[in-house]
Write a protein that binds this ligand. Sequence first.
Ligand code: ASP
Length: 354
Amino acid sequence: VSILHWNCTALLSLALCGILGDSARAQDADGAPAAPRWALALHGGAGSWDPGMPAEQRASLEASLRRALAVGREVLSSGGTAMDAVQGVVVVLEDDANFNSGHGAVFTRAGTHELDASLMDGATLGIGAVAGVKRIKNPIIAARLVMDKTPHVRMVGAGADAFAIENGCKEVPQSYFYTLAMFDELQRTMKDLGLEPPATPGYPLEDAAASGDAAPDQSGETVGCVALDVHGNLAAGTSTGGLTAKLPGRVGDAPIAGAGTYAHNATCAVSCTGKGEQYIRHSIAARVSWLVEGGRSVDDAAAHCLDKVLNTGEGGIIAVDHAGNITLRANTVAMPRGAADSSGRFEVAIWFDP
Ligand code: ASP
């Protein structure tokens, strides 16, 4: 019995080594097992930030990225899960008026805000998503509740709002999401489309003023985060107000697993930003994972999607694989982004080299 037991244990260890791959077998220079690796990346949307922006705006945006990155680093370096790191990072970005998610979300053409978010657990393939929510301060927390507390993967509209609030999500008035920069952007965009923009938001302005922070640093974009934890698990999350001047009821790629968000422990975790309709049409987040499954690196897979599947100017992709390799790419001029890992990497950037 004991020999049989030893054989089974040995076989199991060999099989596990095969499954876990190089990162789990890594050794340091002295041959001792290396500390398990963690890695983290985030984005604040793909777009066209002006390289000539005032220094204080740039400093504010970079400080926002660093603040969120530090939250994720804290979770992962203390042994926390990739899911908790992703959620924690996205909450910080949702609360920050520098980005188009939560406070600072864009306006629909009706002068209102409708938010989309999702996250995915690469270990279990659990998915949680909300779309078109209007009353929740942090849609990514609502998405996590959908995953943890329902048999479903995506909830929309009033039902999603009610479910999230009943389960402890903080409820806010629409004016909480208001920023002057995004309202100005609605005016410009609707005029460009030849439409008459609303003179005021679709809710009382005095509420908007009362919510404070009415003049953000700049218009922001969608946010997302991907993480590998020391347990070898991957997770991804994305949160957005969608596109400026969208029709009420429009849903983008962010709350759709396989389009804007994807995670699978065997391949990688992916979060996307850009023209949601295109990301849905081409299943971009899942496509990155399939390309990695077929043998490409995450960087190569993301580059292929941005260069060969999508059109120039349509967006960006961040991903991390099960060995902790990170890619941060876009086919736009800029994508505020950050990366950190257990080797001490901790860096943020906004533009790409021309
Ligand atoms: N992908 C988002 C959407 O289409 C927007 C963005 O990332 O800028 O809703």
